[in-house]
Design a protein around this ligand. Structure first.
Ligand SMILES: [Zn+2]
Length: 455
């Protein structure tokens, strides 16, 4: 039954077909394929066939790549797609309208259909900014219907990703997430015959709280179940100073860290925490736009890299900042340089974090994250025909992309060989319908939350 549902929600996606992008600058993010000042990339049935100058590709549709740079699609590694409907409602300048109060108030009022629109709206924004993979960090699943709506909506958008199954807003501290439903979801949506681009993981609250002992039974059971089911785990950690930042040490003591674990933020991690993460192969996702905005602190980009931790980039929530990987890369780079009074971190390195390292984090680097023949075709074409970008031939494309490019420069987005953005417009998502659906959902939530009184 679910396979039929997958086919139905994907029916509107464009076919994969065959095309060749000609005469573009190419940043492959692969040492062997290398970079090309002017070359072609040939794609057939979702796979990269060849990268190089003057490729013979008879019968393939030709796409003009002049004045463009082609690179792997951006990979977001942590994004609470469901709460993007709070955009414009959340204010950091009125405490009662802060992100956490709004999440506590409105999170409980979500209907499955609201999740559908939130995910559609978020993934439309992702595609517009050149993201081809999104880690859908679903930490509000009050019922199986909400899980299904979230997964179906992600598949419908055609964006690659991981769906991390989480708890419900307001769930008691000692109660694990709905592990029986997690197993159902794995069985129904993520079997070996899956015909979509989503993987499954879990997100947990873990010991990141003032009273970790209350949660311990729950998170131990969650970790046990995830590992029995072969699912990767993600968790916020070391977001706050002092007592609340014991999470990494507590996890290490219970033997919970490992290469199947992604920690998020780790702003206040200690040198010992970093050592534990590196030693166990635990990954880190940072969200510098949100970390800076909410006053959480500076991401430890350099310290983590130096310790040997895989560091990747994420949106976190679009309630408070845009899903804009160019802005995220620039913030990562500039904050690190300013904070450390050093120019060690380069635009090129940050571009790696946003592409191939993101793929490594999500365990999909064998398929995507770099432009290599045999890999799946997840790529973007950034066009230099707007005033915001130089039209001169560039020696340092990475620098131009990180310091100057904007989502509006993303001309073409290809996910698994499907062209989902072309000439600056989405091809499969009806943006007007998504905006209307999301607006209706927001009004409903506000009404149920008593936020429309007096209007
Ligand atoms: Zn988060």
């Amino acid at each position: 039954m679910t396979q039929d549902k997958v086919a139905a929600v994907q029916a509107h996606l464009p076919p994969r077909g065959e095309f060749v992008i000609r005469d573009a600058a190419i940043i492959s993010m692969d040492a062997v394929v290398g970079d090309h000042a002017q070359a072609d990339i040939h794609v057939r049935d979702g796979q990269i066939i060849a990268v190089g100058p003057r490729l013979a590709a008879p019968g393939a549709e030709a796409i003009d790549g002049t004045r463009s740079v082609v690179l792997p699609g951006f990979i977001d590694t942590h994004w609470h797609l469901w709460n993007g409907l709070f955009r414009g409602l959340v204010s950091y300048y009125k405490p009662e309208l802060g992100y956490f109060p709004m999440k506590a108030l409105l999170g409980k009022l979500y209907r499955a259909d609201d999740i559908h629109w939130a995910v559609q709206r978020g993934l439309a924004e992702a595609l517009n900014s050149g993201m081809t993979t999104v880690h859908n960090w679903a930490h509000n699943i009050p019922s199986p219907a909400h899980a299904d709506a979230n997964i179906a909506s992600h598949i419908e958008a055609g964006v690659r990703g991981r769906f991390s199954y989480g708890w419900a807003e307001g769930q008691p501290e000692g109660q694990p997430l709905d592990l029986a439903d997690l197993e159902r979801v794995q069985r129904e949506w993520f079997g070996t015959d899956r015909a979509h681009l989503l993987d499954l993981g879990i997100c947990v609250r873990g010991p990141e709280t003032r009273t970790p002992e209350l949660r311990r039974t729950a998170y131990l059971e969650e970790f046990r179940t995830a590992r029995r089911l072969g699912l990767p785990i993600t968790m916020h950690a070391a977001q706050m100073r002092a007592a609340q930042s014991q999470a990494i040490r507590l996890m290490a003591e219970d033997g919970l860290l490992g290469p199947d674990v992604q920690l998020v933020h780790c702003i206040h991690a200690s040198a010992e925490d970093r050592r534990l993460m590196a030693e166990t192969g635990t990954h880190l996702s940072i969200s510098p736009l949100i970390e800076m905005q909410v006053g959480m602190g500076f991401p430890q980009t350099g310290e983590m890299l130096e310790a040997g931790v895989l560091v990747t980039l994420s949106t976190d929530t679009v309630a408070a900042a845009g899903a804009n990987m160019f802005a995220i890369m620039k913030m990562t780079l500039d904050v690190e340089r300013g904070r450390t009074e050093s120019t060690t971190l380069s635009a090129r390195r940050v571009l790696e974090m946003a592409t191939i390292d993101g793929a490594r984090d999500l365990g999909i680097d064998g398929h995507v994250g770099s432009l290599v023949p045999g890999k799946r075709a997840d790529l973007i074409m950034v066009k230099f025909d707007r005033a915001s970008l130089s039209t001169l031939p560039q020696a340092d494309w990475a620098s131009l992309l990180v310091h100057h490019a904007q989502p509006a420069n993303v001309d073409t987005v290809v996910v698994d060989g499907r062209v989902l953005k072309r000439h600056g417009a989405l091809t499969a998502i009806d943006e007007a319908a998504v905006i209307a659906g999301a607006e209706k959902a927001v009004r409903g939530l506000m009404q149920r939350g008593g936020l429309l009184a007096g209007h």
